[in-house]
Ligand binder design. Structure first.
Ligand SMILES: Cc1ncc(COP(=O)(O)O)c(C=O)c1O
Length: 311
């Protein structure tokens, strides 16, 4: 993987009558297909694997039907000419994955799927072992790409510009991104991770990867883990209209709502400078909208799909 030269802007969200300042670092601009934190979590994993020059390289990873990580790994494999296998949660998808935009994208990038039940998916380490028997030279990338090399890659989301912020905020799934920000932040910076999954082990696993306890985990704003609520949709649509920034419903939309709620509750000391990381995930909007449409619900205004080459 090349070291991207893309300029990643930091833009201010103009808040009215607030004594704190809020900014967004647009990691979603880094690459149209391997977007946001996914690029950096994969960067050292893939480059160290490629350096081994195996005769039969293959990338094997795990994810759900809307996974940004699955989309990113498939695109990466296509670009680097490495076959990819996705172990996908939900065996019911085996006959209908073609209707899922994320999986259709991954298949178009050449990813092979192995659909497993939720029960089997919980034992994914075993599935990885079985896969390795079939493909001994393959690289098994953990769910969400999170491991020590991923954490090291996240250091590139931080730079001279990010040093001046009092708070650094990101969405938390498997915790690799938060761990990387925590590990490489300045000593005086506070790190907030907005949980999008209800996983009590995150505190421990992030601490183990980061080695620092400079971070706090914030619970999902209204406790609706893994659900796209009407309020999420409203917030994302208003945010895009007002500030011209598209958020996704699973990660960045929840994070931004969480930040707004903390601002509202006067959590941040006066004059605080808050930096949020836009970690991408916009490929998931079309799948989310398909699901919402099937239920007759309001849709997310997708301002990005016409500008990018996702689907
Ligand atoms: C858009 C987006 N934001 C945030 C995250 C959370 O990252 P992590 O799994 O490292 O906690 C992910 C997952 O990779 C993601 O796709």
């Amino acid at each position: 993987m090349i070291f991207p030269e893309t300029h990643i802007p930091i833009t201010e969200i103009p808040l009215q009558n607030r004594d704190v300042r809020l900014f967004v670092k647009r990691e979603d601009f880094i690459d149209p297909e391997i977007s946001g934190n996914k690029y950096w979590k994969l960067f050292y994993n893939i480059n160290s694997y490629l350096a081994r020059k195996t005769a039969n390289p293959r990338l094997i990873t795990f994810g759900g039907a809307f996974s940004n990580h699955i989309a990113a790994v498939s695109a990466l494999g296509y670009r680097e000419d490495i076959p990819t296998v996705g172990i996908i949660r939900g065996d019911e998808l085996a006959n209908k994955w073609q209707h899922n935009p994320t999986l259709s994208f991954a298949a178009a990038k050449g990813m092979m799927f192995c659909f497993v039940s939720r029960e089997q998916y919980r034992r994914k380490e075993e599935l990885g072992e079985i896969m390795l028997q079939q493909y001994p030279e393959a690289l098994i990338i953990p769910e969400g790409g999170t491991n020590e090399l991923a954490v090291d890659g996240i250091r590139h989301m931080l730079n001279e510009q990010t040093k001046s912020f009092d708070y650094l905020c990101c969405a938390v799934g498997t915790g690799g991104t938060l761990a990387g920000i925590s590990k490489f932040a300045e000593a005086e910076q506070n790190i907030l991770g907005f949980k999008i999954v209800n996983d009590d082990s995150l505190q421990q696993s992030v601490l183990a990867l980061s080695g620092r306890n400079n971070f706090s985990l914030i619970n999902e704003i209204n406790g609706r883990y893994g659900k796209i609520t009407d309020e999420d949709i409203r917030f994302i649509n208003v945010f895009a209209e007002k500030y011209g920034i598209q958020l996704d419903p699973v990660y960045t939309g929840k994070m931004m709502q969480g930040i707004f709620a903390l601002i509202e509750a006067d959590f941040f000391p006066k004059e605080s400078k808050i930096l949020s990381f836009h970690t991408g995930g916009l490929q998931g909007i079309s799948g989310a909208n398909k699901m919402l449409a099937a239920k007759g619900r309001k849709l997310i205004n997708n301002t990005v799909s016409s500008q990018t080459n996702y689907l």
